[in-house]
Design a protein around this ligand. Structure first.
Ligand SMILES: [Ca+2]
Ligand SMILES: [Ca+2]
Length: 70
């Protein structure tokens, strides 16, 4: 629940209120800053909530090697 703060604090991070986060806006969240370029699907330097969500979904869809529970 707490690994990725931005879904809760998105609006707080979005300083200029344009609905997406620039790299500068994301810079206050190190974990977000780290994945910014990967998550910025269209590479326009702005991370929008859909891109972020898609990134998280893709990350969760990755099969976890060595942690298979049956
Ligand atoms: Ca913004
Ligand atoms: Ca983008």
């Amino acid at each position: 629940m707490q690994e990725h703060p931005p879904s809760r604090g998105w609006e707080a991070l979005d300083k200029d209120g344009n609905g997406s986060l620039s790299k500068a806006e994301a810079a206050s969240v190190p974990s977000l800053s780290q994945i910014f370029e990967q998550a910025d699907g269209n590479q326009d330097g702005e991370l929008d909530p859909d891109e972020y969500k898609a990134f998280l979904n893709a990350a969760q869809a990755e099969p976890v090697q060595g942690d298979v529970k049956q």
